[in-house]
Design a protein around this ligand. Structure first.
Ligand code: AMP
Ligand code: MN
Ligand code: MN
Ligand code: MN
Length: 285
């Protein structure tokens, strides 16, 4: 019998908020025999060249990608994530857009550091830069510092008490709108994918309506396989993709130690993303 090939189209490295370097992540992919991996760091393409190099060395197909958070306003404002696959990571326009998102993160860092100080927690920009190891500083980096300084006992406590959405030291980021993110991915030759729709505070009817709207901006696919989906969620999301003629994508959203219990390729252990998803996505390029 022919051996089936599996892939992972949603992963994070140390260049954003993962704990595996691009090389380590691809080496791991090789170890678990994944046929292809997309690197989809938040707001940066910095990990892609090293990942592609490692991909050549290990024989793992490495797809250049990105994940961009957006603010979607329907009846209320929701943070919606868009994944881009097969982007031209050297695109000047895309890099400019990403830089403006990072600039906005830096503005937010100053405010978050201040809020933490008011709570009696000292977290400095130097520490954040050291932990992040890259130019994208995000909340998991704050969490790691709060843990290492003994202010909280684990990452979960950091989020649930202080830096999670709406908590005392949380500072909302100003984000691009979905149309902007989808278009900047498409303009860079990429395929825009709606990431993990079940993680938003929306029902399937609302998700369908949103996906339909996004299709009008150039959305090409949806993550129909994802680490946290139940069987029922998987079927519902798949039905939406099928009805709207959107491509199937899937990924673990691997972050290494920053998302405990989520493993590369297999998510919580049973995720299997078929190579055929990638073939269909490629056909549409
Ligand atoms: P940021 O982009 O800086 O607002 O940080 C968002 C990142 O924090 C997400 O990509 C997740 O990796 C992580 N995150 C958000 N909420 C939680 C939570 N409740 N528990 C653990 N990690 C979280
Ligand atoms: Mn993340
Ligand atoms: Mn996401
Ligand atoms: Mn992600």
């Amino acid at each position: 019998m022919e051996e089936r090939k599996y892939i992972d189209l949603h992963t994070h490295t140390t260049c954003s908020d993962g704990t595996f370097t691009p090389e380590e992540l691809i080496a791991k992919a090789n170890e678990i025999k994944l046929a292809a991996v997309a690197i989809t760091d938040h707001d940066t393409v910095d990990g892609i060249p090293a990942a592609i190099e490692a991909g050549k060395k290990y024989g793992v197909r490495t797809i250049p990608g990105i994940e961009i958070a957006t603010h979607y306003t329907d009846k209320k404002e929701t943070e919606i994530h868009i994944v881009g696959l097969f982007i031209d990571y050297k695109s000047e326009k895309l890099n400019k857009t990403l830089q403006s998102i990072i600039d906005e993160r830096n503005n937010r860092n100053a405010v978050m550091i201040e809020k933490l100080k008011e709570l009696g927690f000292e977290v400095t920009l130097d520490e954040l830069e050291a932990v992040s190891g890259g130019k994208v500083i995000s909340r998991p980096h704050y969490a790691r510092i709060l843990v290492s300084k003994g202010y909280v006992s684990d990452i979960h406590e950091a989020f649930s008490k202080y830096i999670g959405d709406g908590k005392k030291a949380y500072v909302k980021r100003t984000l691009p709108c979905p149309e902007e993110a989808i278009k900047s991915i498409t303009d860079a030759g990429g395929i825009a994918i709606l990431a993990h729709p079940t993680l938003y505070d929306m029902n399937f009817r609302q998700i369908r309506k949103m996906a339909e709207e996004f299709k009008g901006y150039g959305l090409k696919g949806i993550e129909v396989l994802y680490s946290t989906y139940t069987y029922e969620q998987e079927k519902e999301v798949e039905r939406i993709a099928k009805d709207l003629g959107l491509l199937y994508s899937g990924g673990s959203d691997f972050h290494g130690e920053n998302k405990k219990g989520i493993y590369l390729g297999v998510g919580k252990g049973s995720l299997r993303i078929p190579y055929e998803f990638l073939e269909e996505i490629e056909k549409s390029l």
